[in-house]
Design a protein around this ligand. Structure first.
Ligand code: MN
Length: 406
C-alpha cells in the first residue's frame, strides 16, 4: 500500500503528525521525523525537496530548535506538513523520504533541560495517602487542593521508549526493621503519566500566567516515572523523592503537538476549594485546559489498567503557572510530568502501588502473580485522544523492560 493511503481510522493519519527524531539503518545521522501511519517522513529532506523555509529547522538532530521557534512557527510548520502529506503534487515530491517505521531507529526526540514531576491526580493522591498514612483523618495533605505539588527530578536519566531499565539498588528499611539494608529494590513500580514539553523559554523573574500556556508548551508525550517504592519510603522524609526516582524516566519517541489535540480539550474536574488568582481557571469554560487522553498500561502484553487523564485535578497550564510563579525561568526542552494518572475505579489506577494496594493484593497475570515488577517484565503505556470528525489521535507508546542490576 502506498504510504499516503493511511487506512481510515488510523490514529497516525494526517490529522496527527507527531514529531520524533530518527536515524536510518547503517547511519548515525539523526534528524527530525514525522509519523504518518506506519511510516516516518524525513521532514528535513522533504522540506529541502520542496524548498521550504523550514528546511534548516527540520534538519537537526533534536527537536529543540523547532521547540524554541515559537507558536506561530509551530502552526506554520504543521500547516506545511499537512499539505505535503495530503496534496497529491506534494506527495509525489516527498514520497522518497517516507521510510517504514520498522526500518528506522527512534531516539530521544529532544534534549531534556529541567525535569519536574507533579502529583495532580486526586484519586492517586488519596490512594497513596490511605496506603502510607492510614491513621490520618484526611487522605490528602492540607496543601493538596491549594497548589499542584511537585518535585525537581533528574533530566539526565530521561530515556526514550525501548530503553531497558536496570533495577536500581539502594537503602531500604521497613518500619519494624532495626537498621537499613542495601540491595536491589524489591518494590520496583511504574507511574503512568503524561509529560509536557516546553518550547519557548521565559526569563527569570517573570511568572508565566495560565493564559500563556500555549505560547510556551509545544506538546506532550507519554511518560513512565519508574519508582523504587522501598527506596522511596525510607528516603523521602523530609525533602521528597530522590534516588527512588532518579535512576530512570522513560518517554515516548513521539511528541504530539498540542495543535493536534484541539478536539481532546475538556474542562477539568469541579474545583472543591477556591483557588488563588494565579491558579484560578474557573473562567476558562470556553477554553478549557484539561485533556481527554485514554491511557492503557500493559505488563508483558497484558492490560492491567486504563487510567483516564481527563480526571486530573490540576491542569498542565496550572502546573506551568505554579512552576514559574516564584520567578523561576523556563528553558527550551523543559519536561514536566503530570503525576501518576489514576481514575476513580480499581481498573484505572496508574501504579502497581495502588493496583496491588502496596503488594497486599497481587495482580493475577497470565505469567504469574505480580505485587511489583520482576526482572524481565516489560511495561508498555499507550494512549489515544479524540480527534477531529470521530478520529483518534495516537500518542504512541512508552515501553521499557526491567533488567537485573550488574
Ligand atoms: Mn511521578
Amino acid at each position: 500500500m502506498p504510504p499516503f493511503d493511511v487506512p481510515e481510522g488510523d490514529p497516525f493519519g494526517p490529522h496527527n503528525l507527531p514529531y520524533g527524531v530518527f536515524s536510518r539503518s547503517g547511519s548515525d545521522a539523526r534528524t527530525v521525523g514525522v509519523r504518518l501511519g506506519d511510516h516516518v517522513l524525513d521532514a528535513g529532506a522533504a522540506a529541502r525537496a520542496l524548498a521550504s523555509p523550514y528546511a534548516s529547522l527540520l534538519s537537526r538532530p533534536t527537536l529543540n530548535p523547532l521547540l524554541a521557534a515559537g507558536r506561530t512557527t509551530w502552526s506554520d510548520v504543521r500547516r506545511a506538513l499537512t499539505a505535503w502529506v495530503t496534496v497529491p503534487s506534494h506527495q509525489e515530491a516527498i514520497a522518497p523520504f517516507l521510510h517504514p517505521l520498522s526500518s528506522v531507529t527512534l531516539h530521544l526526540p529532544f534534549e531534556v533541560a529541567d525535569y519536574v514531576d507533579f502529583y495532580a491526580s486526586e484519586n492517586h493522591a488519596r490512594n497513596v495517602g490511605r496506603i502510607f498514612r492510614p491513621d490520618s483523618a484526611d487522605s490528602l495533605t492540607p496543601n493538596w487542593k491549594h497548589l499542584p505539588i511537585g518535585y525537581h527530578g533528574r533530566s539526565g536519566t530521561v530515556v526514550v521508549s525501548g530503553t531497558d531499565v536496570v533495577r536500581p539498588s539502594g537503602q531500604r528499611k521497613a518500619p519494624a526493621d532495626p537498621a537499613p539494608v542495601f540491595g536491589p529494590s524489591v518494590r520496583l513500580d511504574i507511574e503512568a503519566e503524561v509529560g509536557f514539553v516546553v518550547g519557548v523559554p521565559s526569563p527569570m523573574g517573570a511568572p508565566v500566567p495560565l493564559s500563556s500556556f500555549r505560547d510556551h508548551v509545544f506538546g506532550l508525550c507519554l511518560l513512565n516515572d519508574w519508582s523504587a517504592r522501598d527506596v522511596q519510603a525510607w528516603e523521602y522524609v523530609p525533602l521528597g523523592p530522590f534516588l527512588g526516582k532518579s535512576f530512570a524516566t522513560s518517554v515516548s519517541a513521539w511528541i504530539t503537538p498540542l495543535d493536534a489535540l484541539e478536539d481532546a480539550r475538556v474542562r477539568p474536574p469541579e474545583r472543591t476549594h477556591p483557588l488563588l488568582p494565579y491558579l484560578d481557571d474557573s473562567a476558562d469554560d470556553e477554553d478549557p485546559y484539561g485533556y481527554d487522553l485514554r491511557i492503557s498500561v500493559a505488563i508483558n502484553g497484558h492490560v492491567v489498567s486504563e487510567p483516564p487523564f481527563s480526571t486530573m485535578y490540576w491542569t498542565a497550564a496550572q502546573q506551568l503557572a505554579h512552576m514559574t510563579v516564584n520567578g523561576a525561568s523556563l528553558r527550551t526542552g523543559d519536561l514536566y510530568g503530570s503525576g501518576t494518572v489514576s481514575g476513580p475505579s480499581e481498573g484505572e489506577r496508574g501504579s502497581l502501588l495502588e493496583l496491588t494496594w502496596n503488594g497486599r493484593d497481587p495482580l493475577e497475570l497470565p505469567d504469574g502473580k505480580r505485587a511489583f515488577l520482576e526482572d524481565g517484565d516489560e511495561v508498555t503505556l499507550t494512549a489515544w485522544a479524540p480527534g477531529p470528525h470521530g478520529t483518534r489521535v495516537g500518542l504512541g507508546e512508552v515501553r521499557g523492560r526491567v533488567v537485573p542490576g550488574a
